[in-house]
Design a protein around this ligand. Structure first.
Ligand SMILES: Nc1ncnc2c1ncn2[C@@H]1O[C@H](COP(=O)(O)OP(=O)(O)O)[C@@H](O)[C@H]1O
Ligand SMILES: [Mg+2]
Length: 248
């Protein structure tokens, strides 16, 4: 889940899609690469988490199993993020070929059908680490933000990773979160139409409607389906997850 803009629903979508896959019966690992407050670790595990992260694993100081924690969903585990990712990123950068490290260590994990990665809101080293390891990337957007420039930058950055580090990387698609077809409808609709023209019909995934169930599920540290399986957001994320799986 990648977009260099913040507040577009990356974290909400990572939790919801990982939760959908877990609900389908798959063992899922959600991997948090955002060190900042309000990250996936805060919404699925613990606010203010200060412990080990993927970085400890990449630096050879811990194994993946030692860092992974459980969530309230028995099929969904989490590899947490903390400020460690920020404070020690420079140590990572000194390792030759570090971009390929995540891709190299993920196969050491057994038992997970899917790994869903939540990227930080930047196109920095942590995002390229994720893009180098991934089979597909998905871009959540908010139509109201008119985030076109950001979208171009994101797709271009993924193209650079594809050319240099990970030739199998594919764009599964772009979707709009907190979508509200009535309120400021013209703006939302116009943004979606413009995105469709630029990236093609096949790149447009189902929208996620604006729904208080999303912030409520985050505040109560559970997936949106666990919070309210009948909510608009849970229904929309179910459709979105099917659409993403169809691209794999
Ligand atoms: N479908 C939605 N309906 C209502 N609020 C949403 C929805 N999706 C995300 N939000 C809210 O928008 C804010 C930003 O979402 P978040 O997932 O943290 O974005 P990002 O990870 O891209 O920074 C959060 O407060 C979240 O609760
Ligand atoms: Mg986030």
């Amino acid at each position: 889940m990648a977009n260099n803009k913040g507040g577009v629903g990356k974290t909400a979508s990572t939790a919801a899609i990982a939760g959908e896959l877990a609900h389908q019966g798959h063992a899922v690992l959600a991997l948090d690469l955002d060190p900042q407050a309000g990250n996936l670790t805060a919404v699925l595990h613990q606010r203010g988490y200060r412990g080990a992260t993927l970085l400890s694993v990449l630096l050879g100081e811990a194994t993946l199993e030692e860092v992974i924690v459980e969530t309230k969903d028995p099929n969904l585990d989490l590899l947490p993020a903390s400020l460690q990712l920020l404070s020690q990123e420079s140590r990572l950068q000194r390792i030759p070929g570090y971009h390929g490290l995540l891709r190299k260590i993920l196969p050491q994990l057994s038992g997970y059908a899917y790994v869903v990665i939540d990227c930080p809101p930047s196109l920095g080293d942590l995002t390229s680490l994720a893009l180098t390891a991934a089979n597909v990337y998905v871009i959540p957007c908010q139509a109201e933000q008119l985030a076109f420039d950001g979208l171009h930058d994101m797709v271009r950055a993924a193209g650079v990773v594809r050319e240099n580090l990970n030739e199998r990387l594919a764009l599964a698609g772009i979707f709009f979160t907190a979508y509200h077809p009535n309120q400021r409808g013209a703006l939302n609709h116009g943004t979606v139409e413009a995105t469709r023209r630029l990236y093609g019909e096949q790149a447009i995934l189902p929208n996620i409607r604006k729904d208080m169930a999303v912030p409520m599920s985050q505040a109560t540290q559970q997936t949106v389906r666990a919070y309210d399986a009948g909510s608009r957001a849970a229904q929309d994320y179910e459709s979105l997850t099917h659409a993403i799986l169809a691209t794999l």
